[in-house]
Design a protein around this ligand. Structure first.
Ligand SMILES: NC(=O)c1ccc[n+]([C@@H]2O[C@H](COP(=O)([O-])OP(=O)(O)OC[C@H]3O[C@@H](n4cnc5c(N)ncnc54)[C@H](O)[C@@H]3O)[C@@H](O)[C@H]2O)c1
Length: 394
């Protein structure tokens, strides 16, 4: 029997991440899982039996018959758009997996559908699964950067190469690492988190210079190594270096402001606090070399705070129950990191610097051209299950 204040949720997509979601959904008192859906009937049946709920094989049927009020979308990226559009048309609350979409035109469709749904129900909730924002070090970096204590920001550099993926990984799914199935490589699959975090911390750049290598280290038709240079409205420059081929990988983030330097690497966050503005000092000092006096401090971080997907879903559910409230990430924010991803690829394809905003039509047309001209033959092999949690421990 259902309890009135429990949120009735449906889950679409029961693959790697869907099966992770279902594990914690089963433990949540605040929800009732009224149905699970996968086009793979055997999977839908298995997970429905395991979670004592109903199996659906078509999401439209889940929408029509389960009585759900909210949906979690955990299917491959291209389908995030039509499913979220349909969900909003039905007045459902939506929590979508990252990325919001493959390209910004599709992302805008979901946002438009949400805006339309809001006219009928101003409290409709749209969340996106950017669970990395809950990780304690990133939360602390956000806290420090947002406080303004670094002063005027001059540079952000992120080397994030801890996204190792083997050929076996890429061969393990028919949609993976193809233009038609996935629409991109590391920027579309692994780095939506990195790109979201970048924009969350320091904003979306106004100019993007991207350099992407396609299938450089793995037999794939999408990018597996990317370097990008950014310029921001406020004069800050940025760098991003990512790959799925490096082992051991690096995760080093430097954010430099006139009043200090923040460095995150190897679970250590250090703030080098300048005694005065390095910019002012540089213009006014009679010294020729050296620099400003600074004091390094290792910032204490509460690593015991709850983190991960469940925290995102918990807040999504609370926002539905309370008619609003804080989310880890609002769905509409998903277009920001996607703008950086598409901008990097467009810049790389065109071999020129891209001004933001740029034409979503141009990127979409390029993607369609890549799909139409693809000669890549996908070799799909059954991969061993392994420890899936390693996929989001970058
Ligand atoms: N937030 C995270 O940490 C995280 C981690 C992994 C994956 N993801 C995202 O989740 C999505 C799924 O990734 P995955 O690794 O679980 O993929 P997967 O291939 O392991 O699983 C996808 C599942 O969706 C099903 N499916 C496909 N199209 C469907 C449709 N139209 N209706 C119903 N079911 C459908 C497939 O049969 C499969 O079971 C991707 O967008 C990915 O970026 C997020």
């Amino acid at each position: 029997m259902s309890t009135p204040n429990k949120v009735k949720i449906g889950l679409i997509g029961l693959g790697s991440i869907g099966s992770h979601h279902i594990n914690y959904l089963k433990t949540m008192d605040s929800i009732e899982l009224v149905g699970v859906c996968d086009i793979d009937r055997a999977k839908a049946d298995k997970f429905a039996a395991d979670a004592s709920t109903t199996a659906y094989y078509d999401y439209k049927e889940l929408f029509a018959k389960s009585g759900l009020k909210a949906v979690i979308i955990a299917v491959p990226h291209y389908d995030h758009t039509p499913i979220s559009e349909d969900a909003f048309q039905q007045g459902l609350h939506v929590l979508t997996e990252k990325p919001l979409a493959v390209h910004i035109n599709d992302a805008q469709k979901s946002i438009d559908a949400y805006e339309d749904a809001k006219l009928a129900n101003p409290n409709i909730v749209f969340g996106i699964m950017f669970q990395e924002r809950t990780l304690p070090f990133y939360a602390k970096i956000k806290d420090i950067v947002s406080s303004g204590e670094l002063g005027r920001l001059t540079r952000t550099t992120w080397i994030h190469t801890k996204w190792f993926r083997s050929q076996t990984y890429y061969d393990g799914g028919d949609w993976r690492a193809t233009w038609a199935g996935e629409g991109g490589g590391i920027l579309t699959n692994q780095c939506p988190h990195t790109l979201d975090m970048y924009q969350w911390l320091v904003g979306v750049p106004s100019k993007i210079s991207g350099h992407a290598h396609i299938g450089k280290y793995r037999n794939i038709e999408v990018e597996d190594e990317v370097t990008a240079y950014f310029e921001h409205e406020n004069g800050m420059i940025g760098h991003l270096m990512v790959t799925t081929a490096e082992s051991p990988g690096t995760n080093r983030l430097e954010i430099i402001g006139e009043l200090g330097k923040l460095v995150y690497e190897d679970d250590k966050l250090t703030l080098y606090r300048n005694r005065e503005s390095m910019l002012k000092y540089g213009l006014e000092t009679k010294e020729r070399f050296g620099g400003v006096e600074n004091w390094p401090t290792e910032i204490p971080v509460n690593t015991n705070a709850p983190t991960g997907h469940k925290v995102v879903t918990d807040l999504f559910v609370k926002a539905i129950q309370n008619g609003g409230g804080e989310l880890i990430a609002h769905g509409t924010e998903g277009i920001k990191g996607l703008t950086i991803a598409n901008g990097i690829m467009l810049s790389s394809f065109k071999k020129q610097i891209i001004d933001v905003p740029f034409s979503g039509d141009e990127f979409e047309a390029k993607l369609k051209e890549l799909i139409a001209s693809s000669k890549y033959v996908k070799k799909t092999v059954e991969a061993e299950e392994g420890d899936f949690s390693k996929s989001f421990s970058g």
